[in-house]
Design a protein. Structure first.
Length: 329
């Protein structure tokens, strides 16, 4: 059903895939990328439910279809060559939230700032730190993302997923292996469908809103919100932080702030951001990532891991610095 020579999905198989969501052909990945970078994806499918995802994964296993799962792509760098693998897009089709007392159940496609607002409006506290994070909840859980040294996993009760075999599986919090910007979902290829959380009742609902507004003001002041970017490129290493400070400050002290490679630039506003000034390529971003890592290592002895992930044409997702090293830029 799939041509080995061209890695193309046949028309007959496309009809089967279309049963599990909204199908798109020949979509520019720059439309999905927060970096506005990436070539053409041959096929994109947007499932509408957990059952759609389970059925789709069963078909993928049966037909041996290469695939990659994306949400808002806030930390993904797509290859300039595009994607031959099937793209499973999780977003607006799967974004319901239900709040009952202190329990919150939310689907993977909910926009993270909207999730944070809903939790706060319900009189709960603990989700304020996520208010300014651009992305969908599934991706945030996968990365155990957050801000202010907090992670979304702190309040997780359980996470429901679809396994690579197409089975619905529930992970209890302790099974998620949450650590700083890490979880089991980064390696097991399960697709996060929804999650249940428990948040404490806020003593002062207005204080929760004030905290959110303060965080948003701080982010607008510090971060290049108006330029396409993926957020923080490098993960903060606690040991390096103690010795030298956070990645942005270290990169700036190395004299790299504002440096450009074609239309990609180390942001003059915050050096742990790489921005697209218009027409940047993945190769330009990878060049800057490699340059930053090598320069910081020579100055400090620390090799900073990239939080950003590179998506290859065959759908493999790896830390962006690994791809940069592979290219020997």
């Amino acid at each position: 059903m799939i041509s080995a020579a061209e890695n193309k999905i046949s028309d007959d198989l496309l009809k089967d895939i279309e049963r599990f969501g909204v199908l798109y052909r020949n979509k520019s990945l720059a439309e999905y990328s927060r970096w506005k970078i990436g070539g053409i994806a041959d096929v994109v499918i947007a499932p509408r439910s957990a059952e759609d995802i389970a059925g789709l994964m069963s078909l993928i296993v049966k037909e041996n279809i290469p695939y990659v799962t994306i949400g808002s792509s806030s930390n993904l760098l797509f290859a300039d060559e595009g994607l031959r693998a099937l793209v499973i897009l999780l977003g607006d089709q799967i974004n319901a939230v239900n709040i009952s007392g202190n329990k919150v159940t939310a689907q993977c496609g909910i926009w993270v700032p909207e999730f944070s607002r809903k939790v706060g409006r319900a009189g709960l506290t603990g989700a304020e730190h996520m208010i300014g994070i651009p992305g969908t909840l599934g991706g945030l859980i996968c990365m155990n993302g957050g801000s202010l040294r907090k992670g979304v996993g702190d309040h997780v009760i359980s996470v429901r997923t679809v396994s690579p075999a197409g089975e619905l599986v529930v992970f209890k919090r302790e099974e998620c292996e949450f650590a700083y910007r890490e979880s089991i979902f980064q390696s097991n290829r399960h697709i996060i469908v929804d999650a249940e959380f428990e948040y404490p009742t806020a003593q002062d609902k207005k204080a929760v809103r004030r905290e959110m507004l303060s965080i948003l003001r701080d982010r607008r002041r510090k971060f290049p919100k108006k330029m396409p970017n993926c957020g923080s490129v490098f993960v903060s290493n606690p040991a390096m932080y103690a010795d030298y400070g956070p990645p942005g400050a270290v990169i700036e002290r190395c004299g790299l702030k504002g440096l450009s490679r074609n239309q990609a630039q180390i942001s003059p506003m915050h050096a742990n951001f790489i921005v697209n000034c218009g027409g940047a390529k993945a190769s330009d971003v990878l060049y800057l990532i490699h340059l930053i890592r090598e320069t910081v290592w020579k100055e400090t002895g620390y090799l900073m891991p990239a939080e950003a992930r590179y998506v290859s044409p065959n759908g493999e997702i790896i830390p962006a610095h690994e791809k940069a090293e592979e290219l020997d830029l």
